[in-house]
Unconditional design. Structure first.
Length: 216
């Protein structure tokens, strides 16, 4: 398959217009065929040794999401206290999850023992299975944006909340919990940039030619 310019441009549009969404979710359910398309995209991510270490737990039940939200609330209080002064005040004003508002939750796990102990490509760097599962996250994120669905990563949450609430076996690692739903609007830039928490680093500083150089 040879992609045409308009197809290339569509991919870049999706990349640049993808946002971490935690507010403005609409209650409109995500149709099952759309959910299947999202998960098919996630399932086609690259993985070390083709081990496909991920599983996807799909959560629509509100009571389940309310339990996860409670877990967020306590983790978020502990997190807020790690920041000081004005930074803590700003942190407390941020909306950092849409667990109850978004009608769809997806928890992604990583089975580090899938396909055995010795995995092609993971022989020297054992963390490659976790990285593979994160590749599935990014596919999901981009597919969601292509479907005009907002998606937000909620990592302010103790893993144990997800193990207990979702009955996840202990041998699985938790990669993340994601809120997904249609939205009133997509923001043009990251929320954290809009509120002055953190600016986008210049690409110039991120690119190094031939060898690493400190920021200019
Ligand atoms: C691994 C990981 C974990 C988290 C996030 C991202 C990633 C990659 N982000 C979203 C993050 O704040 C966001 O991606 C950046 O601020 C950039 O914004 P856009 O994603 O471009 O909108 C995120 N956001 C949030 O509100 N609560 C959270 O718990 C997390 N956790």
């Amino acid at each position: 398959m040879h992609f045409q310019a308009h197809q290339r441009d569509a991919l870049y549009d999706i990349i640049f217009n993808r946002r971490d969404v935690r507010r403005d979710f609409l209650p409109t359910p995500v149709p099952e065929d759309v959910v299947q398309r999202l998960l098919t995209a996630a399932h086609h991510a690259p993985s070390v040794g083709f081990m496909q270490p991920w599983d996807f737990i799909v959560i629509k039940n509100h009571a389940t999401r309310a339990k996860i939200k409670n877990g967020f609330l306590s983790a978020n209080e502990a997190s807020a206290q790690m920041f000081e002064g004005e930074r803590q005040t700003l942190y407390r004003s941020l909306k950092l999850e849409g667990i109850e508002e978004a009608p769809l939750g997806i928890c992604i796990t990583c089975d580090r023992s899938r396909t055995g102990n010795v995995v092609l490509g993971r022989t020297i760097k054992p963390e490659m299975d976790l990285y593979s599962a994160v590749c599935a996250v990014q596919n999901l994120w981009l597919a969601a944006r292509a479907e005009n669905l907002g998606m937000g990563w909620v990592s302010i949450l103790e893993d144990q909340v997800l193990y207990d609430t979702l009955n996840i076996p202990e041998h699985l690692d938790i990669i993340g919990y994601f809120c997904i739903g249609y939205v009133k609007a997509f923001q043009a830039s990251p929320d954290l940039e809009q509120v002055g928490w953190q600016n986008r680093r210049s690409l110039e500083d991120a690119i190094h030619y031939e060898s690493w150089q400190p920021d200019s």
